[in-house]
Design a protein around this ligand. Sequence first.
Ligand code: FMN
Length: 196
Amino acid sequence: MDKATTIIGIDCSPRASSNSGRMLAEVLCSLESDPRVKVMEQVRLADERIDCLGCEQCYQTFGYHCDGIDRVLSLIMESDVILMATPTCFGMPSALGVVLLDRSDPLWRDGQQLKGKLGAVIVNGATDPAEDPSVGVCAGNVMKFFDQHEMTCAQPANLGGTLAYPGQRFPSPLPEGTTGVLKQLADDIRQWIADR
Ligand SMILES: Cc1cc2nc3c(=O)[nH]c(=O)nc-3n(C[C@H](O)[C@H](O)[C@H](O)COP(=O)(O)O)c2cc1C
């Protein structure tokens, strides 16, 4: 395969310097060292202008709003791998993440435009995923989105035990367990690239 595999990373957290953004950067950085990979962008959804919440009145004209979500959806279409990172909010992705998922609807209905891409997700939350289902439930919801678009799903990276507030975020350097989960996700993405 001559062409580099393109990947977009999407930080769905509403917070600046989020745990999600940090975990996402770790995985993108690891993948970027591979010459077969081209990172398109690490997008921070909170920086994007959102003019449409997906009421469906204009769904036949994707791009009509020309807002930040249309920009991100264009990058998604150009990418082979879509890597999302989100906090869990009551077992769901953040509101920003959900807006992006809702706005992707025309891509699903108009010829399955994301079909065959790889979808991957990093979810982080306050609770330990081994004790509380919310992180896993959130990951499952994002995987449902990938599935709806007939994408391949990587095994999600479920991380817990952190809050958004200073002093309660992931420590630096990252704990070995966290590094291991992120490394596994990067390895799974590399394997998918190798098998293409
Ligand atoms: C509205 C709201 C709901 C939350 N719900 C959950 C939850 O159900 N389970 C959980 O483990 N953490 C929950 N959290 C905690 C966040 O997931 C956690 O603080 C996360 O580390 C923030 O990540 P970020 O820095 O990437 O935004 C919630 C936080 C907020 C603000």
